[in-house]
Design a protein around this ligand. Sequence first.
Ligand code: HMG
Length: 385
Amino acid sequence: MTVIGIDKMSFFSPQQYIDMVELANARGEEPDKYLIGIGQTQQAVIPPTQDVVTMAANAADEMLTASDRKTITMILFATESGIDNSKSGAVYLQRLLGINPYARTIELKQACYAGTFALMQARDYVTLHPTEKVLVIASDIARYGLNTSGEVTQGGGAVAMLVSANPAIAQINQDSQYLSRDVMDFWRPVYADTARVDGKYSANIYQDFFKAIWMRYKQKTGLDITHFQAFAFHLPFTKMGLKALRDVLPEASEAQQANLMREFEASRVYNKRIGNLYTGSLYLSLYSLLANSATLKAGDHVGMFSYGSGAEGEFYSLTLRPHFKAGLINGQLEELLSNREQLTIAEYEEIFDSQLNGLTDRQLDTQQDTAKFVLSGLENEQRQY
Ligand code: HMG
């Protein structure tokens, strides 16, 4: 049978960041609370010249060849910080990237979970149409507000994934287990540009979902923890993934516990420095794992836990392909992170308040933004890219 899965991955996040020790000092918190208790060291800051569309375009552009652009027949754009209540971000992306005009373009929403749904749809579509390719995008800006307890868990960026037959990175296995329940742990009313959250409750629901779905996965598939060489989790903050991992570690031998912990550290290297990017967090963690693990090899199984508040969770597995590192852009994250500029907390606060909300026409100063795709302003209430 033809193998279907993730062929390529690419990531983008803007060029500015803040340091979590400085944020802790400014907020009167112990730095170790942010560094260890939350598990974040830096946080991406999103300038007014970037939004979910430009971040998605910047991520996807780096990985797509001219031939990919012709072969893509569907763009699935997962986001919960979209820029329009009607038009999908995927249509803008099709134009900006010069993708085949005879492609379907659609935006998907269910908090941080939608990227996983998009990936599953892409896999099923390519299974039926193996000569076609699907572009999956997970792009978001996580905003809680200045001086809120969620502030340390902000961030933003985009992950682009190309789903195809005979993929370079991983096969997406047909073993998903999922669960949905109407809960108010985190939400964002249509009039609000920051999330509403019941923080501790949300973390408890996340863990409850993981435990329930993991149990169901074992029952339905007959597999257990010995099947997995690594796990990747949705990482709203990296300590969250550690909490989930600890829930299953007692099921492993001592040697396997050490291995899973080592792979977990690889899976959070980048997320610690970017912060939450909602739909893209799990996939940045997968990217981090694949790029930073020195031990994973072809045929290994990675357990993937996706969680979106509101709430929906899904657990599934990937099987790594022979040359999985070749599907990543060599050194992409190291270059992106080393070229970033550190902002003071005062500078970040000013940028935070100046995010373009789409309320009034204006021109933006794009001089400082080095990205290929930028938002230059709003004319007649239309975004100019
Ligand atoms: P908080 O109340 O500021 O923090 O909120 P805390 O008092 O709970 O402390 C955090 C941890 O730091 C604790 O560890 C402390 O013990 C520890 P824990 O008990 O959790 O293991 N700590 C220290 N550790 C070392 N040295 C110290 C120290 N001091 C304290 N000196 C909270 C934290 C995460 C709740 C808050 O930031 C928040 O509300 N964040 C946003 C919500 C969130 O991220 N929820 C995650 C689950 S929901 C989800 O994943 C979905 C989401 O991505 C959205 C979507 O789906 O669209 C959010």
